[in-house]
Design a protein around this ligand. Structure first.
Ligand code: ADP
Ligand code: NI
Length: 218
């Protein structure tokens, strides 16, 4: 086994172990899907696979949402782990920068860092937020937060600021308009854009059916 595949294997084990008790929208299966998406997208991009795979594996290792809003906890946990495996400092730093800057909520901030590897991992994560799985994750998250599924009296807010997005307690259907339906046009790579088009269409059909059923008995 090469040193890089050994490090990737150790990282996967660490992530799987750490996320054992995570809620199901952010569990090991999410990481596995993002890792697979990332490898698929990377095939048509000129990127360092090692950085892409490490960042995909570690991108949700510690979420600020579940750690009193501490946005440095993810990069720090990832960095400490990679240092313990003696991963090259430059690679570790790059992985940390990706984790720090790739999230949807970071996209509200001025662009602080970008790289081809980050674009791939970001697309891989965004793909998992749309389509059938994205819908399942949104309702899982909403249930975890005890939110309503839908409330016809609460309009989606299209002009959310970063703080408002983070603090939003709106029904889960609103999240489609505030994030999920916007992701297709935010994809960085051609491969992800193509996959996103089909998943986006599925969400539109889903919403049509949802409203049709909601309004059936009147
Ligand atoms: P990011 O790390 O890109 O900011 P999140 O960690 O906020 O994304 O989201 C993780 C998952 O939970 C995604 O599938 C996302 O769509 C879902 N989610 C986040 N916020 C909400 C919300 N307010 N309502 C429903 N689902 C949500
Ligand atoms: Ni993620």
């Amino acid at each position: 086994m090469t040193n890089t595949s050994f490090i990737i294997q150790k990282t996967a084990e660490f992530v799987k172990q750490t996320l054992k008790t995570a809620e199901s929208g952010h569990d090991w299966w999410h990481i596995l899907r993002v890792w697979n998406n990332a490898k698929r997208i990377a095939q048509t991009e000129n990127v360092d696979f090692f950085v892409v795979e490490l960042a995909a594996l570690l991108h949700d290792i510690a979420d600020a949402k579940f750690n009193n809003g501490d946005e440095e906890i993810g990069p720090k946990t990832a960095g400490d782990f990679l240092k313990s495996l003696n991963v090259d400092a430059e690679i570790t730093e790059h992985v940390q920068q990706i984790i720090r800057h790739m999230s949807f909520k970071s996209s509200f901030d001025a662009v602080g860092f970008t790289s081809e590897e980050m674009k791939v991992v970001q697309d891989a994560d965004r793909l998992d937020a749309i389509g059938a799985i994205g819908i399942a994750r949104a309702f899982t998250y909403g249930g975890f937060k005890n939110r309503e599924m839908y409330n016809p009296e609460i309009e989606p807010d299209f002009s959310l600021t970063k703080e408002a997005y983070k603090n939003s307690a709106a029904p889960t259907i609103n999240h489609f308009y505030e994030k999920l339906l916007l992701l297709k046009d935010k994809m960085n790579t051609k491969t992800a854009r193509k996959i996103a088009t089909q998943r986006h269409r599925f969400m539109e059909h889903y919403l049509e059916q949802f409203y049709a059923e909601w309004n059936e008995i009147k």
